[in-house]
Write a protein that binds this ligand. Structure first.
Ligand SMILES: [Zn+2]
Length: 149
């Protein structure tokens, strides 16, 4: 993700999170889609073919996993301000879980601090409930990123 954040520079970039549920309330991030172009607001409302194609590839690459691998939510960067959900971020996610999309989704917001570190938050959204901050656990070994709602 650091590579993409560097490419994005001061532009906000983002995409979808793809995860396997490994226990109730625990998800292991297995991949993410990314749109390096600006103007990613529409990702909340539509299913752009770019993300669908990338999602299909991630699902294919993880077909041997025991648990169900699926769309978990959204991620994007806040290159120039703290990585906490804005009012628009919150309302977009709430609108998605309440009206159109899955009844549960996570939002990860990241900011590149320097070459080696990323600052991030995760917020989970469940239909009929208020958003809550979750815990993002980052393992030392690459590709082992766990998070908990
Ligand atoms: Zn945002």
């Amino acid at each position: 993700m650091q590579v993409f954040l560097k490419k994005g520079g001061i532009r906000e970039i983002g995409g979808w999170l793809v995860a396997e549920q490994i226990a109730p309330g625990y998800f292991e991030l297995v991949g993410f889609t990314v749109d390096l172009e600006g103007g990613t607001r529409d990702r909340f409302r539509s299913l752009p073919s770019l993300h669908t194609e990338q999602l299909d590839q991630i699902l294919l690459a993880n077909g041997n996993r025991v648990g169900r691998v699926d769309y978990l939510g959204e991620w994007h960067s806040h290159p120039t301000f703290p990585p906490v959900p804005s009012k628009m971020d919150l309302s977009s996610m709430i609108n998605m879980v309440e009206n159109s999309g899955p009844s549960f989704a996570a939002l990860v917001i990241v900011r590149l601090l320097d070459t080696f570190s990323i600052e991030s938050t995760i917020t989970t959204f469940q239909r009929g409930q208020s958003p809550i901050g979750g815990r993002l656990l980052i393992d030392d070994t690459p590709s082992e990123k766990l998070f908990h709602d």
